[in-house]
Design a protein around this ligand. Structure first.
Ligand SMILES: [Mn+2]
Length: 429
């Protein structure tokens, strides 16, 4: 298929593509959505163009949806763990001992599940099958809602950099500071055919080049979702995830969430400093484990493929992790199976050439998800730097929106939303 040329604005496109990687056997295709590249569409947003800038979806080039590489590109380069943060304490000296001291430890048989032989596997599974994940759910406490989106662990880490003279930024380099889920949401925003709302995130740009992400409460209403649902059955299903975590880990005394502060890079101009909640530590392999609890997985079901893609992205933004999935019956909460995967196993499970190619949602192609995440972050950096007032040393707020047609808009805001909680760190930013 010949490439379709659809550049709305060559200068922006060149800039964003300058670091694009060409993978093995790239079948580059330019998305064509005629509506997105008409001049009229630019005006139709009705926003002041001096305050809003856009990168159109037509500028996104991606691999073929049916081409499954042996291994996908990494989501983040040069990943390192800067600190752990638990119970309002920051630990910058992270090693096996610190991890063992502060994290929930994955039970030893579950730790070896992934690499065991078939016989050993079934012996291990036997011990867990039949557990009731709907029993005694009252004992589990929900995460304090103010913690859900907090970047305090990253801020506390940034504070420690002052003693080491900080980290120097060039003028066109940014460091995105964020709870991990915003980056995952950005990556998943391409795979949202039936989404009801745009993906929207607030951010603040500081004089040192930090771009701090915060949820846009006007757009994301979590008050009645998941564990907060009014439907008792849905709530039970969500809470059973905690019961599964409890079943496969050994807890230290405190049950407060454990966060890893993770550094990484997209390219030479974009650094990431992320706050990642970690479910468990596998002491045997010295890696982290992401725990999931699902009802039975059918890999031919597109929603299930989407869930697994999300998990793959999530575990690509933190130190090396594997994945343990508990499978329960949704009607009675009985655990049927426990499966261990490496990230590579997981990738091959939902992205393999033997699965039917889906017309929708880019076939949940992992490489396209990586390309899209990079494209969005490069676009956001470009648009924010275009809108930033260089003469102004104070913190400048923006709203990032990825609309349902996958156009990326950045709008300059007048005031920093009160919830940002960065005032006390202003001198370090
Ligand atoms: Mn989890």
């Amino acid at each position: 298929m010949p490439p379709i040329s659809a550049f709305a604005d060559l200068s922006i496109s060149d800039e964003i593509d300058d670091t694009a990687t060409t993978g093995e056997n790239p079948k580059v295709k330019t998305s064509s959505k005629k509506k997105n590249r008409t001049a009229g569409n630019k005006r139709s947003h009705g926003k002041d163009t001096t305050m809003t800038k856009t990168v159109y979806f037509s500028q996104f080039h991606h691999a073929s949806i049916s081409h499954m590489r042996d291994e996908p590109d990494a989501l983040m380069k040069d990943v390192s763990e800067a600190a752990l943060y638990v119970d309002d304490k920051l630990f910058t000296d992270v090693n096996r001992e610190t991890r063992s001291d502060v994290m929930p430890i994955l039970k030893s048989d579950i730790s070896s599940l992934r690499d065991s032989s078939g016989f050993q596997k079934s012996e291990i599974k036997k011990k867990y099958r039949g557990a009731d994940l709907y029993k005694d759910l009252d004992q589990f406490q929900l995460m304090d809602p103010t913690l859900l989106d907090s970047v305090v662990p990253c801020m506390e880490y940034i504070k420690t950099l002052r003693d080491n003279d900080g980290e120097s930024h060039s003028e066109d380099e940014i460091t995105i500071v964020s709870a991990r889920h915003h980056i995952v949401d950005i990556g998943m925003s391409l795979f949202n055919l039936y989404a009801k709302t745009d993906t929207s995130i607030l951010c603040a740009y500081t004089k040192s080049g930090y771009l701090i992400f915060h949820e846009d409460a006007s757009k994301t209403d979590n008050s009645e979702q998941g564990v907060n649902s009014k439907d008792p059955m849905l709530r039970t299903i969500c809470m059973s995830g905690f019961a599964f975590e409890d079943l496969v880990t050994e807890h230290r005394d405190s049950k407060s969430p454990v966060f890893s502060v993770v550094k990484g890079k997209i390219n030479s101009k974009i650094n990431l400093l992320l706050r990642c909640e970690i479910d468990a530590y596998n002491t045997e392999l010295d890696i982290y484990t992401e725990l999931k609890c699902y009802s039975s997985l059918r890999i031919t079901n597109s929603n299930h493929r989407k869930k697994l893609l999300r998990t793959w992205l999530q575990t690509g933004l933190c130190p090396p992790s594997d994945i343990v999935i508990g499978i329960r019956n949704s009607s009675d909460g009985i655990l049927h199976d426990v499966c261990g995967y490496s990230r590579s196993d997981l990738y091959h499970y939902y992205n393999n050439p033997y699965l039917r190619v889906l017309d929708k949602d880019f076939n949940y192609n992992t490489n396209i998800a990586v390309q899209w995440t990079h494209f969005c972050l490069k676009s956001i950096r470009k648009l924010v730097l275009d809108l930033v007032d260089r003469g102004n040393d104070s913190c400048q707020p923006f709203q990032v929106t990825i609309d349902k047609r996958h156009n990326i808009h950045v709008r300059k805001l007048k005031n920093i939303p009160a919830k940002f909680q960065i005032d006390q760190y202003a001198e370090y930013l």
